[in-house]
Write a protein that binds this ligand. Structure first.
Ligand SMILES: N[C@@H](CCC(=O)N[C@@H](CSO)C(=O)NCC(=O)O)C(=O)O
Length: 216
């Protein structure tokens, strides 16, 4: 079968989320760049792959998908990965809980920080709105309080097993660590240890090695 295709810039957090899952299962894949600076993501053919005109999109044979977390689950299920814990109903439910938490609470706080600290200055020639950054950092701290408490009960977010819920955080954590705001983690020692553990995974290292570290 031809390698799966991931459409979008490799440095996009939502593309990175898919790439790390493909690396986890050892699947062949091809990253097909999409030039967002020219609006390629808003036009055919990409718009037929992702009707919201966003990246990523994903093709595997006749199947075309969008939404990075759904794509991640597809990849892990196709390859029988235990990162979804689907042989245990309670464990898989906890994976779903913390994947939703990552999407709404963690990504929700981190996306404006990444946009203001990296996208605006690096690709839009603009200036970081520090008010937005500070407001988002407060939201992030509220989430980190919950994470710190959860990680006092188990080694990973969904339990004493690593799962997609943990690995799904890596892309935004990568940018937090590369930003001027990484010190926000100092107040959360269990979160820091958890991040160190996740960032050491060979799949994570493989994806980050392919990226140029953005300047903070
Ligand atoms: N929930 C979706 C989010 C996609 C997204 O925001 N993509 C951004 C690029 S950042 O990775 C995007 O396409 N932004 C341009 C736009 O929204 O117009 C997912 O997980 O795939």
């Amino acid at each position: 079968m031809a390698p799966a295709k991931v459409y979008g810039p490799a440095m996009s957090t939502n593309v990175m989320r898919i790439l790390v899952c493909l690396e986890e299962v050892g699947a062949e894949y091809e990253v097909v760049p999409v030039d967002m600076s020219t609006g390629e993501h808003k036009r055919p053919p990409h718009i037929s792959r992702n009707p919201f005109g966003q990246v990523p999109a994903f093709e595997d044979g006749d199947l075309t998908l969008f939404e990075s977390r759904a794509i991640s689950k597809y990849i892990l299920r196709k390859h029988g990965s235990d990162l979804l814990r689907e042989s245990n109903l309670s464990e898989s439910a906890m994976v779903d809980v913390w994947l939703e938490v990552e999407s709404s609470h963690f990504d929700g706080a981190m996306s404006p920080i990444i946009f203001q600290c990296f996208i605006v200055p690096m690709f839009m020639g603009g200036a970081t709105d520090i008010g937005v950054v500070n407001e988002s950092l407060e939201k992030l701290k509220k989430a980190l309080e919950v994470y710190e408490a959860q990680l006092s009960k188990s080694k990973y977010l969904a339990g004493d097993f690593i799962s997609l819920a943990d690995i799904s955080h890596f892309p935004t954590v990568y940018y937090l660590l590369a930003s001027a705001h990484a010190s926000v983690l100092e107040a959360y020692p269990r979160v820091k240890a958890w991040i160190d553990d996740v960032m050491q995974r060979p799949s994570v290292k493989k994806v980050t090695e392919a990226l140029k570290m953005p300047s903070a």
